[in-house]
Write a protein that binds this ligand. Structure first.
Ligand code: FAD
Ligand code: EPU
Length: 369
């Protein structure tokens, strides 16, 4: 299986289709980190910004539904994709402005997210070091407002540049317009299917302020050295490697579900029965629970239904142990959600986007073996 970074660029290295040519029945297995088999009815990739608007403007209704693909690290192909997969592989990192405090940088959507983090750390620009080693593309980082180790990308986004899929017209959204929340944005819901993100303008600090709020990062730093951008990146990479499976070795898409949020009343009633329940105050009398803990308590950690399995180290990560189909992984996820709902009364919401919307698959009825 290809690593997620190879996967993002896989079709650049293989025999490349001519620019802007629409490919039919295009294989998607190398382009998703679950490594499941699927194909796109039509596929087109863009290497230059200038190619996108004319392509869209010339085809207002043709090609059926459109799916935009980044690194395929937050997607589960449950079936073949009906319609056209658009794959923007636009490259470039440009400093737009800098002063003593901050730097404004435009990063094109097709850059690999972690290459951008490495470049920022190398240049002494602070703000995204805690987001080291998250797979995928820069463009997709705004879709679910990626987050890790106490930082969400919304805190460093100045604006998002996009084109409207309807007619190829250019749009710019200030961060405040994007509806960013926990693993959420307007791009993911209200505006879903309307825009292709072409670039993101980030505002990073030239005098970094370190975020060491996540206890694990502080503990890791004790073995590495004082907090610097490079040391924090190092600590986060070590932590991630110790907890999460590498998609280059075992297909996965990171956390399959979001951590659920509940009211104080629900928390208290759950804690009466389970005093050890991990929970994190959100500041608005709401509390985040650990989906991993709920899943582990239901006996799913390390369990498998065929080649679709729950990771042995982290219960929130579903993995493809070999030849699992997208539908099998989806059905496993449904069985897990059913167990958690039955035992704790808590609904799990998927973080991973299932394509096509998987509601037509079999409901989950399996029990862990
Ligand atoms: P894809 O999976 O290709 O697409 C995801 C969604 O974004 C789809 O809806 C797609 O249509 C849309 N999209 C992609 N590009 C564009 C674009 N240019 N314009 C418009 N829409 C677009 N996520 C976290 O937040 N925190 C983590 O710590 C984290 N850890 C992970 C660890 C592992 C091992 C893995 C495999 C995944 C992890 N993820 C994490 C999830 C994933 O890496 C992120 O969601 C990432 O941003 C997805 O990027 P992508 O380019 O692969 O997007
Ligand atoms: N836990 C278990 N069993 C497990 C794993 C974890 O009970 O198998 C419990 C432990 O109590 C642990 C707690 O869950 O303390 C939290 O675990 P972890 O620190 O690994 O974080 P997480 O809540 O599972 C979230 C994000 C990750 C992100 C990390 C670090 C979500 C859905 N997931 O995971 O993001 O990297 O925090 O900040 O919010 C992703 O989105 O794909 C992703 C990997």
């Amino acid at each position: 299986m290809l690593s997620w970074r190879q996967s993002l660029h896989a079709n650049l290295d293989l025999e490349r289709p001519p620019l802007m040519e629409i490919q039919v029945n295009y294989p998607l297995q190398p382009l998703n980190t679950f490594g499941v088999k699927a194909q796109a009815e039509r596929y087109v990739r863009f290497d230059e910004l200038a190619e996108i608007a004319p392509f869209l403007a010339g085809r207002p209704n043709a090609g059926g539904p459109r799916l935009i693909l980044g690194g395929g690290s937050n997607l589960l192909f449950a079936k073949d994709v009906h319609g056209t997969v658009l794959h923007p592989l636009l490259k470039g990192i440009d400093v737009l402005h800098q002063d003593r405090e901050a730097v404004l940088v435009r990063v094109m959507a097709g850059e690999a997210w972690d290459d951008w983090v490495a470049a920022a750390v190398h240049n002494g620009w602070g703000g995204i070091e805690n987001l080291s080693l998250i797979p995928g593309s820069v463009g997709a980082s705004a879709i679910q407002n990626i987050g890790a180790y106490g930082v969400e990308v919304k805190s460093v986004i100045d604006r998002v540049e996009a084109v409207a899929l309807a007619d190829g017209s250019a749009r710019v959204f200030a961060a405040s317009q994007c509806g960013f929340g926990y693993r959420d944005s307007h791009f993911k819901r209200r505006w879903r299917g309307r825009y292709l993100i072409t670039a993101i303008v980030f505002k990073l600090l030239r005098r970094p302020r370190f975020n060491l709020s996540y206890a694990g990062v502080q503990a890791q730093l004790k073995q590495i050295g004082p907090p610097t951008l490079a040391n924090i990146r190092h600590a986060v990479i070590d932590l991630r490697r110790s907890k999460l499976p590498d998609p280059a070795v075992t297909g996965n898409a990171g956390s399959f579900f979001k951590n659920p949020t509940v009211s104080r009343a629900v928390l208290n009633s759950l804690r009466n029965a389970h005093p050890e329940l991990p929970h994190y105050a959100q500041g608005d009398d709401r509390f985040k629970l650990s989906a991993a803990w709920l899943i582990e308590q239901c006996g799913w950690k390390g369990r498998a239904l065929g080649d679709a399995a729950v990771d042995e180290r982290h219960a929130l990560v579903l993995v493809n142990r070999g030849e699992a189909s997208g539908e099998e992984i989806l059905n496993l996820s449904r069985s897990i959600a059913t167990s958690v709902k039955k035992r704790f009364g808590v609904a799990l919401e998927r973080e991973v986007r299932v394509v096509p919307n998987g509601d037509t698959c079999q409901p989950g009825t399996h029990r862990p073996r």
